[in-house]
Design a protein around this ligand. Structure first.
Ligand SMILES: N[C@H](CCC[C@H](N)C(=O)O)C(=O)O
Length: 277
């Protein structure tokens, strides 16, 4: 199987062009190929496929083989792949995901995609997950008991679920391997959840670390950065356009509240092509 290793600010996946390859059992392939010692090494597997309803379809699998509905860093990489490799010459694209069709605008320099802006669609505040609604009708931070400690969390879906915690403590010092799995598998989240730990640096800047459902700590999470920006805005912590600083780099996130759409802008990088034996 031919594949391409790509990353979006350090959130790395193995990409397979399914116009040319067939992947029989993607969950199994995802587990094997993601292994950083016995495989290629990645946060998961993303298949680039033909679509009946959009220009392309993307199917994403976590490192444990589970399916994610959406992947913000992944969709930027898919957009770069299809343009740079000549599968399209359009600079405005649509890509089908399990979270609906996403619309994408490419910035092209010297024939290659340098920056990708994704219309990530409407965020959803997960009121049913954390069942307290304030009188402003918006779900704001609610207490959640994890490993004997109470965290204030705001849950937001960007097609996939996120649980966001703002904290005073420097998130760079957290031991995510200790606390991440307890959030991911918390009884309140029967479908498991992606968890973001966040410092508010100022009204326009957030610092975030993420523990991803099915992949553990990753250097970045695009849907997570969008969900975090939405959570920060509804909690009155930031303005509607923010820079989210992640371990692997920065993303620009803007929530257009009039249209209720979230826009994410960031880079995408091809690392190498390979072939499994
Ligand atoms: N890293 C991805 C999200 C993967 C989400 C996945 N872990 C899930 O099960 O929802 C991103 O850039 O948006």
């Amino acid at each position: 199987m031919k594949f391409t290793k790509m990353h979006g600010i350090g959130n790395d996946y193995v990409y397979v062009n399914c116009f040319e390859e067939t992947v029989e059992n993607p969950s199994e392939v995802a587990v094997k190929i993601s292994d950083r010692h016995f495989g290629v090494g990645s946060d998961g597997l993303i298949l680039i496929k033909p679509s009946k309803v959009a220009d392309f379809e993307m199917a994403m699998y976590n490192a444990d083989g589970s399916r994610g509905e959406m992947c913000g860093n992944g969709i930027r990489c898919v957009a770069k792949y299809v343009y740079d490799r000549g599968l399209t010459d359009k600079t405005s694209l649509s890509i089908e995901t399990l979270a609906g069709i996403k619309y994408i605008d490419l910035t092209v320099e010297n024939g290659k995609v340098s920056l990708v802006r994704v219309n990530m669609g409407a965020p959803e505040l997960l009121a049913d997950k954390i069942p307290v609604i304030s009188d402003t009708k918006e779900v704001i931070a609610q207490p959640l008991l994890v490993n004997g400690k109470t965290y204030d969390v705001t849950c937001v879906s960007m097609g996939n679920p996120h649980c966001i915690t703002f904290m005073e403590e420097d998130v760079r010092k957290l031991d995510l391997t200790a606390v991440g799995p307890a959030f991911e598998n918390h009884e309140k989240f029967p479908n498991r959840i992606n968890t973001e730990f966040v410092n508010v640096l100022d009204k326009k800047t957030l610092r975030m670390r993420v523990w991803e459902r099915g992949s553990g700590e990753t250097l970045a999470c695009g849907t997570g950065a969008c969900a975090t920006a939405v959570a920060a805005i509804v909690n009155g912590l930031t303005e509607e356009e923010v820079t989210v600083e992640l371990l692997g780099g920065n993303l620009q996130i803007r929530w257009d509240r009039e249209q209720n759409l979230v826009f994410m802008t960031g880079p995408a990088t091809i690392v190498f092509d390979g072939e499994t034996v």
